[in-house]
Design a protein around this ligand. Structure first.
Ligand SMILES: [Zn+2]
Length: 509
């Protein structure tokens, strides 16, 4: 059972291949194929359907993707079926999040951020490269993270900065990354926890000019203003109430980003007495809060056997994971679309379970209501289809399959041209330090081992430094749990200054 809206989904690729064998370069069947049974939780609806017709069209196209000319729905014994499946109660709670101390804390962070941005502007050559600040916006907005990523990954590389300036600018971006996450987390968690996680070790009295600046600025601001965060208090209350009702409860808390999950899992025990754990996608490294597949299944196991009863999750858990039944699903300031809505609700599989949206934004509440309206439209779409004659329905499904195959052949021709162009280029590449551009190794030396990329290059040790992890630096025992022995830093010297960019970690295998 998979969600197949996105184009790159493996199921879509499989079905494309199936269609290619069956229909070849045309939309007429040229070969008999075995029947494939595909299951989906719901045929779903487009993102913003204007009316029921939009939904019907979407559903029929989805069936064309399956090469299906009909669908089945439960018509008999429906009442009996509904007795057996859980009736998830749904609820939305809006908690305004603007107490005086929280606002002071946001100002405090903004002050730090401003100082670093001014420092960035002062780096030799930065103002002569206006592209660096293109797309810059307020820290409040999600686009800030995009600006950081683009500046790091492309603008700086293309800019005509000296290597030393590039290194300094990268240091600024590292700080801003941390502070962006801190700012986001401070909206959903007590500020004291944000400080502990992000600010405590920020800056240093003995590092670069920038390290010292951040350190001094922190001292000058004095003790940060402390807020318990109203929305978090509500979250804790919902969790505690659930455990009062049933001490063996299992609770999943969905959040929009992995850094919320990471922080939430670290702190929740202090407020509820129950251990927390988090699961996120494998598209980020462990120290950035990602989980590789082995870690994911370990976490799922712990939650299933009740070892941990509170699971923080990003939307990665919407599909494909058999998380086992849980009693309460909390969407913590998270709303996406109607399919995800159904799936998330579907996680609350215990009879008499509950699904709650807790948010500080009125607009999230409205989006949630729109999702529910879309789900209603799906029901109406089925009712409309049921009223059509069998022949009419069949021709609608058959036409959609013809259209699907016409589009597929067009796409395949386009891809073939592109592939030919690409094959003319060399597939080998070199890996450079993201901060100082020093040569690290070549792609030919990299092996994929499980989900780790491992360099097999003895020469590597001449340009990197191994820094063993200390219990002090690893204050949450995060590295220890992951088997990380220490970090690998770039040892290249530019203008008398060691680059020191962290480029990977050493683990026990
Ligand atoms: Zn470097």
């Amino acid at each position: 059972m998979q969600r197949i809206r996105n184009k790159g989904h493996p199921y879509n690729d499989l079905m494309k291949e199936y269609h290619r064998y069956k229909y070849g370069d045309s939309d007429f069947q040229i070969r008999t194929m075995p029947q494939v049974i595909g299951l989906t939780a719901s045929l779903g609806s487009p993102k913003n359907p204007k009316n029921v017709d939009d939904v019907i069209k979407y559903m029929i196209n989805k069936c064309a993707n399956f090469d299906a000319k009909s669908y089945t729905i439960v018509t008999k014994n429906a009442a009996e079926l509904y007795l057996k499946i859980s009736k998830t109660k749904e609820n939305t709670i809006v908690v305004k999040n603007d107490d005086e101390f929280a606002n002071k804390y946001y100002n405090y962070l903004r002050g730090l951020i401003e100082d670093i941005e001014i420092y960035l502007m002062g780096i030799d050559g930065v103002l002569r490269n206006p592209a660096i600040f293109e797309g810059h916006c307020e820290i409040k907005k999600a686009e800030y993270k995009t600006w950081l990523a683009i500046t790091r990954q492309s603008t700086l590389k293309k800019s005509k900065l000296s290597p030393l300036s590039k290194m300094k600018a990268t240091d600024c971006l590292d700080y801003l990354d941390q502070l962006y996450e801190a700012y986001q987390c401070a909206q959903l968690f007590p500020t004291a926890d944000t400080t502990e996680f992000y600010l405590k070790n920020l800056g240093s009295n003995e590092g670069t000019d920038l390290d010292k600046l951040v350190y001094r600025r922190k001292q000058k601001l004095g003790k940060d203003p402390c807020s318990e965060c109203d929305i978090f208090k509500k979250l804790v209350k919902c969790i505690n109430d659930q455990f009062k009702k049933n001490a063996d409860s299992k609770i999943i808390i969905f959040t929009p980003q992995r850094y919320y999950c990471r922080l939430g899992a670290e702190v929740i025990e202090r407020y509820t007495g129950k251990k927390g754990i988090f699961i996120s996608g494998s598209n980020a490294s462990s120290d950035e809060g990602g989980c590789n597949p082995a870690q994911q299944s370990e976490i799922v196991k712990k939650f299933r056997n009740g070892e941990t009863q509170i699971l923080f999750a990003t939307t990665v858990v919407d599909e494909g994971f058999d998380i086992a039944e849980c009693n309460l699903v909390i969407k913590y300031n998270l709303v996406t679309d109607n399919i995800a809505h159904l799936q998330r609700k579907g996680r609350a599989r215990q009879l008499l379970s509950e699904s709650i949206l807790i948010t500080f934004e009125e607009k999230k509440k409205m989006l949630e209501e729109k999702n529910m309206a879309n789900i209603q439209m799906i029901t109406e779409a089925y009712q409309c289809l049921e009223k059509l004659s069998t022949a009419r329905k069949l021709s609608m499904f058959e036409n959609a399959i013809i259209e699907y195959n016409q589009k597929r052949v067009e796409e395949e021709n386009r891809d073939a041209t592109l592939k030919q162009k690409m094959s003319l280029r060399n597939a080998d590449f070199t890996i450079l330090c993201g901060k100082c551009d020093a040569y690290i190794t070549a792609s030919a030396n990299i092996r994929l081992c499980g989900s780790y990329y491992i360099p097999y290059d003895p020469e590597l040790w001449k340009i990197v430094e191994f820094c063993p992890s200390t219990p002090e630096a690893d204050r949450y025992n995060k590295e220890k749990r992951l088997g990380i022995l220490g970090m690998i830093h770039c040892n290249n010297v530019v203008n008398g200054q060691i680059c020191d960019k962290r480029i990977g970690c050493a683990t026990n295998f």
